[in-house]
Design a binder for this molecule. Sequence first.
Ligand SMILES: Cc1cc2nc3c(=O)[nH]c(=O)nc-3n(C[C@H](O)[C@H](O)[C@H](O)COP(=O)(O)OP(=O)(O)OC[C@H]3O[C@@H](n4cnc5c(N)ncnc54)[C@H](O)[C@@H]3O)c2cc1C
Length: 537
Amino acid sequence: MKQSSRFDSDYLVIGGGIAGLMFALQASEVGTVTVLTKADSAEANTSYAQGGIASVWSVDDSFESHIEDTLNAGAGLCDRNAVETIVREGPATVRELIRLGTQFSRIEAGGEDEYDLGREGGHSHRRVLHAQDLTGREIMRALGEAAAARENIRVLENHVAVNPLIKKDRTTGKPKSCWGVYALDRNTNRVVKIVTRATMLATGGAGKVYLYTTNPDIASGDGVAMAYRAGAPIGNMEFIQFHPTCLYHPAAKSFLISEALRGEGAILRLPDGTPFMKKYDAAAELAPRDIVARAIDAEMKRLGLDNVYLDLSHKPADFIRNRFPNIYAKCLSFGIDMTKQPIPVVPAAHYMCGGVMTDLNARTPIERLYAAGEVAMTGLHGANRLASNSLLEAAVMGHRGAVSAHREIEDSPDGTVPDFAEWETGRAIKSEERVMVTQSWDEIRRMMWNYVGIVRSDRRLARAKSRLALLNEEIHSYYWDYLLDSDLIELRNLVNVAELIVSSASMRKESRGLNYNLDHPDRDDAHWLHPTVITRS
Ligand SMILES: Cc1cc2nc3c(=O)[nH]c(=O)nc-3n(C[C@H](O)[C@H](O)[C@H](O)COP(=O)(O)OP(=O)(O)OC[C@H]3O[C@@H](n4cnc5c(N)ncnc54)[C@H](O)[C@@H]3O)c2cc1C
């Protein structure tokens, strides 16, 4: 690979999901790119996306309608400019995904072969392109193969970014620019320094901050925590989306039952078969996710249930097997035949609507530091994400970020590249003491689930805040004493992200979108029609 003289590569992308790979593919047109993934490159939230990617596609749909649906879901907090930009760039971005090799499902309709458009909760039209119920895996296959074919993209798997390389302003002491990252190479257990002209954070979400989540293990909020520690503003972290329907089975680890089932007519039922969604919303099963998740939570609490049921068994068995082969096979592997019986489900933490605040060019206020995808907050989602808008946002913003990073590094000369010290390795500590790491992990995730979950209150938040402050202090007291490994890196990030969620939720004295607080049950437009923003002082 051609290297630029003073840099390990021109561009660094931390994360190899849809946002990171869209950035990398675009940036590789003009420079060399290094992509870091903390585990094997297939481990990303993107790989698990089932439902699909939303975009205006059919003639009876319109941008205005997609914009309206997104604004409705966002409950007054979307940035209209972000919504318009991302929605309007949808079709071109989907065409780019197709050009790069993604094969979305097709259907024969009226003698024509066309893309099969799914419909999901909150959407007023069928506009979700999907690859059966394995959309994310198909996108990752196509983008991964496209990236592998470019000789100026190198992917370093098992490299965990620890901290960005930040240059401070000499006069103000504030963070000024970013020149790459320290990353732990898990193959050698050494921390390497990667120096680049522009850095894109595309580290995905933070589901692992909760005990129950649909997210894979990589989703520990590393990008948000790194950006926060570096001094970038973090917005709207109180808005965590809980997916209403995760498979409830002791042996199933975080398996999501897609919203698309409800789009195809699946009904939520109590154990005795009674449907209950009409009680909560006129749109019943097609109500936005927060309403469905809260309804399930309320029914479970009211009746002391461990789970409720999602039933599609009234549809033809062939249709179910064909439309949902992955979910069908997974359920069957646990002895549940969804063509004949309802699926046991519970809600689980699913998507982080807030994140590192960026403009519509994926820029953070720190020069040369960009963010895109689930880690970022553009203003598209507001207080709640519309289903299947996240793959769209990640793809659009990954691409836009690369275009703007190129423009900016061409426009501003690199000047003197700061000299960053090598990472100082911590001391090894007796292995039995490492139990503290696993204990703290567990404590944070359980506490977040119990106190900062679907339904919150001022007392629960206050309790979580004081517990987290203690944990943060403890983690800090031993962080630099251990030999660094990925568990320790993630633990520090988890506690940072948990504190950001609790602080944001404590600030917002109202209930809106995904933030529901028993002590402030109403929406308060007079005081809260703006994001919560936290910057490290
Ligand atoms: C089960 C499930 C189903 C979903 N279904 C849909 C859907 O149908 N439609 C939709 O629009 N959205 C869906 N979503 C959400 C969507 O998949 C994600 O929001 C989106 O894929 C995020 O993409 P991303 O590129 O931002 O991050 P990811 O795809 O999560 O990629 C993150 C990358 O960052 C890397 N990384 C993280 N931390 C570090 C670190 N410290 N150092 C180095 N690398 C790091 C990871 O290794 C990974 O490569 C779903 C999510 C889940 C979990």
